[in-house]
Design a protein around this ligand. Structure first.
Ligand code: 3HC
Length: 329
């Protein structure tokens, strides 16, 4: 259903025989593991896929600050407040690295933000779920940043130079994000029965939305085949989801918490866990803008853009005045 709704890259994938000599030479560079740099020739479709993926990745970092930012003033201790403040600031920096990487492809930040605000570009579905209490901040660090690490570590080897270098810098900070979340969950799981119940409730609410972060199942992924041929994507959605589940199950066990999936079991033959898929109808509803917090999140971003207009106009006026002075000097 959804796959028919959007352009399917994989349908337009060219075999070697259909490629021009330039496209074949480009693909051979990718196959040799070479990095593609901004000023080098690249197929327009490669450029556009990168703008789409890097732009949406950057939007995810910026929008992702909202659910956690909500709890900075409500953190239970000064130490937790300082940690969360540092994490949320890191996410802003990740967004900046990624917007800068996207700009090397010839798209402006204003254009990317206009596409976000108008709904033409996405951000990660996970950020359309509410953070109801402090345990949710622990679950976000543990599960959401844990899933982000699973998805971002392979992207350090992506074929586009600026994206790969941005990922290397970002991944250095992500492990702190996950550790601080897991530390919150540990304190609560080992705390009072009420605190442990809050931690279990947060796990129940964030488990399936975290699995959705890896994208639709491979059969519904419209970009994977082409993105993997270009090493824009290194693993399939299902591969990374499986790795995330296998890594997270023992962590939940250590906490004494139960993953909300009665189908979850170790499958010796496959060397991994069998688990229930997320509700894909819910996933596509959230992507269509009908999640619990879509309107609030996008509204907050559009308001921030509007409220910052005076500052952007001031900078532009100053730059134009400087330019005019230079021209007459
Ligand atoms: N949320 C929103 N949209 C999603 C999605 C999700 N969880 N998963 C897939 N989609 C969208 C895709 O963008 C695509 O729509 P589009 O054509 O309009 O862009 C459509 O669903 C089909 O999905 P595909 O699997 O075909 O798309 P991709 O090949 O792009 O795979 C992806 C999706 C795995 C998210 C890939 O784009 C990717 O790896 N992106 C880079 C990493 C990233 O963006 N991570 C998001 C989280 S960042 C984060 O969590 C910040 C951390 O600090 C907390």
């Amino acid at each position: 259903m959804y796959a028919q709704m959007i352009k399917t890259d994989s349908d337009h994938m060219k075999g070697a025989a259909e490629m021009s000599a330039q496209e074949r030479a480009f693909q051979e560079r990718i196959d040799r593991g070479e990095k593609i740099e901004p000023k080098e020739w690249m197929p327009e479709a490669y450029r556009n896929t990168l703008i789409r993926q890097i732009g949406q990745h950057a939007h995810s970092e910026i929008v992702g600050q909202l659910p956690e930012g909500n709890w900075i003033t409500r953190a239970p201790t000064l130490e937790r407040k300082a940690i969360l403040l540092a994490k949320v600031q890191d996410e802003a920096g990740h967004g900046l690295y990624l917007y800068c990487a996207a700009e090397t492809l010839g798209v402006s930040r204003d254009e990317l933000l206009e596409r976000l605000h108008s709904g033409k570009m996405k951000y990660s579905s996970i950020f359309n779920y509410p953070t109801l209490n402090w345990a949710d901040i622990g679950a976000i660090g543990w599960l959401v940043d844990g899933a982000a690490i699973m998805n971002q570590v392979p992207l350090q080897r992506t074929s586009y130079g600026p994206y790969s270098r941005a990922m290397i810098r970002i991944c250095k900070e992500e492990s702190f994000h996950q550790r601080q979340g897991y530390d919150i969950m540990t304190k609560m799981a080992q705390g009072t029965p009420a605190q442990k119940a809050m931690a279990q409730d947060a796990l129940n609410r964030f488990w399936y939305p975290s699995l959705m972060m890896f994208g639709p199942s491979d059969k519904d992924s419209v970009h994977s085949a082409q993105s993997m041929a270009w090493k824009i994507k290194i693993n399939t959605n299902d591969e990374l989801r499986q790795k995330f589940v296998d890594q997270t199950v023992p962590q939940a066990k250590y906490l004494g918490l139960t993953i909300p999936d009665d189908k979850l079991s170790w499958n010796e033959a496959k060397g991994g866990h069998d688990f229930s898929e997320p509700d894909w109808a819910e996933f596509f509803e959230v992507l269509a803008g009908n999640g619990p917090c879509n309107k609030e999140r996008l509204g907050a971003r559009v308001k921030a853009w509007d409220d910052g207009a005076w500052f952007r106009d001031g900078l532009t006026a100053h730059a134009q005045k400087k330019q005019a002075r230079k021209a007459v000097a």
